[in-house]
Design a protein around this ligand. Structure first.
Ligand code: HCA
Ligand code: CU
Length: 412
């Protein structure tokens, strides 16, 4: 695709925005510029309707995520099936930089099997809302607390990193929730996990719960957001602002139902506000390749409106937009496409186009015209575009024909 602008984008920092971040007391809680990613494509993502990853595919995905720079790779419970256990062992043997985690139920049998695979850490989980307690595992809070402490104590003797999370945290009783988190913190977990299993939480609810929790536990706080109501990225961001330390993601957000916080979308959010940290730590230019890999593996297309990689994520169409973009891309872009190895595209083949876009396109075609001529040529393109949709070739042909006519001395 043509990329008519050479201007350097991002020249207007976001902090010049009057609505941007100043230094407030609450910023001391915030981890937006030092968060860690727990990548769960090979766990939550395996719960996506279309997902089937064979060993080779899992290794390919784990390797790509490791090269991208994620901090942790979470794998399906090795007790789920014999192959899941063997795959977990195979990924542990790869010697990745990322730590490998097994996701398990809060049960001693699962804990023993997980440790034997050679993982660096274990992510323990149990439902705490009354619905989950009633319909999922049937246990009361006393039982949950006792078992949690037993499983955690065992895992700690095995030298692995331990996280304990409560499924359906946002529909759990707040007193139950804080008391179990306090108990597992006392038992020495490295992280507690807060999971919006059903995607019901709003950003403000997230902020409030995490902020309270930050005052209750001294360990790290991992968070997991489902996207049923389209808030998964916003919720992740608010969790970090309130003091969460780790965010669960999956590539393209794949997971149960419509999934969780997508890795690429989270990067888009974070690079917009904290470019130094994100660009230094993660290989952003790999996002497209990783999304293509996973999209193909689970047989879906990249959504047109996907952050960063959606086909029109950096396409500017209306004349007003095109003109400003050609002058300075940061007028209409908070993200520099080049940071992700992507290119911007100024659309010029439509009735909404303006003469600045046409002049820029003519320059790309090595055609030099005066401003007046560009305006006249633009009028011709708009006239045809009023009748039917134009392809790039159609608009290029009009520009070329118009220019030929000028050259040959004919009145255009
Ligand atoms: C699931 C549960 C989970 C667990 C999250 C966590 C959720 O789908 O089996 O371990 O913190 O959304 O609650 O993914
Ligand atoms: Cu989940």
């Amino acid at each position: 695709m043509p990329s008519p602008s050479n201007n350097s984008p991002g020249s207007t920092p976001l902090n010049r925005n009057p609505y941007g971040h100043g230094t407030q007391v609450s910023d001391f809680l915030s981890n937006v510029s030092r968060f860690k990613i727990i990548e769960s494509t090979l766990r939550e993502g395996e719960q996506f309707a279309n997902a089937f990853f064979d060993t080779q595919k899992k290794i390919q995905i784990a390797t790509a995520l490791d090269e991208f720079g994620v901090d942790y790779i979470e794998l399906t419970n090795p007790c789920a099936s014999e192959q899941s256990r063997l795959d977990c062992e195979a990924i542990c043997r790869l010697g990745l930089k990322a730590k490998v985690l097994a996701h398990i139920r809060c049960h001693m049998d699962d804990a023993r099997v997980a440790v034997a695979t050679g993982v660096d850490g274990v992510n323990v989980m149990i439902g705490t809302s009354s619905l989950m307690r009633q319909h999922s595992h049937g246990k009361d809070m006393e039982y949950i607390k006792r078992t949690a402490v037993e499983v955690i104590s065992y895992l700690k003797t095995q030298g692995v990193e331990v996280r304990f999370s409560t499924e359906d945290s946002f529909r759990s009783d707040l007193v139950d929730l804080l008391s179990i988190y306090a108990a597992v913190d006392q038992a020495g977990v490295h992280r507690v996990g807060v999971a919006d299993t059903i995607g019901c939480a709003s950003p403000r609810q997230v902020y409030e719960l995490i902020r309270v929790l930050r005052g209750v536990v001294s360990c790290d706080i991992e968070t997991h957001f489902h996207d049923d109501a389209g808030c998964a990225i916003a919720n992740a961001y608010c969790a970090l602002e309130a003091g969460a330390t780790h965010i669960d993601t999956s590539v393209l957000g794949i997971g149960e139902r419509n999934g969780i916080t997508p890795l690429g979308g989270l990067m888009a959010r974070m690079v917009g506000t904290h470019p130094e940290y994100v660009k230094e730590k993660y290989r952003l230019d790999r996002i497209k390749e990783i999304e293509d890999l996973v999209a193909e593996a689970v047989q879906v297309n990249i959504p047109f409106n996907n952050p960063i990689t959606g086909f029109c994520a950096f396409t500017h169409k209306a004349g007003i937009h095109a003109k400003a973009i050609l002058n300075d891309p940061s007028t209409y872009e908070i993200i520099n496409p080049a940071d992700f190895g992507m290119a911007r595209y100024v659309h010029f083949a439509s009735r909404l186009t303006g003469w600045n876009a046409i002049r820029s396109r003519a320059q790309q075609l090595n055609i030099s015209m005066t401003d007046e001529q560009c305006k006249e040529c633009t009028a011709k393109i708009k006239a045809l575009a009023d009748i039917r949709p134009l392809a790039i070739d159609d608009a290029d042909s009009i520009i070329r024909a118009y220019y030929r006519n000028i050259q040959s001395g004919e009145t255009p």
